[in-house]
Design a protein around this ligand. Sequence first.
Ligand code: PNS
Length: 167
Amino acid sequence: MRIAIYPGSFDPVTRGHLDIMKRSLNLFDSLIVVVMQNNKKTPMFTAEERVELIKQSVVEAGIPTEHLKVVSNAGLLADFAKENGSSIIVKGLRAISDFESEFQMAAANQKLSPQLDSVFIMTRAKYMYLSSSIVREVSYFGGDISSFVTSVVETAVKEHYRRQHGE
Ligand code: PNS
């Protein structure tokens, strides 16, 4: 059984993330999507909300769920992988700008857990520009995010800003 782990902030999950999940399921026997803490970022949604949005988005996107698990974890990725019997980390890679930090994280994870390997899946060209921060920014200024995210995420993001602007 090749269990792969797909970690990220997923704040919120985008169509680009969903595409990486779908393709990872073609490459590995099972996939654990894990919402982790990035201490460089202050999240818009709680970890529980992000897990729920991923679960609902996966269904909306028609991705098979038999071999897919979605959880959250507040610790180190290397420890999480070990606890879950996995030695494969999957990450999506967009432009050159992603490379440096991903390279650094992959090296740190391997230092912490030498059997751990990071596998990078090239983002499809149509999602090259897409990120959770673009989704948040476009929505903040009232733009249309329906091509970036599923409808459940679109509703949740709009609701978040509606409340914030209403306060
Ligand atoms: O989607 P992101 O924000 O680029 O994902 C980064 C994330 C959450 C995967 C990374 O920050 C992470 O693994 N956080 C958990 C703590 C950890 O193990 N850090 C890596 C060792 S440097």
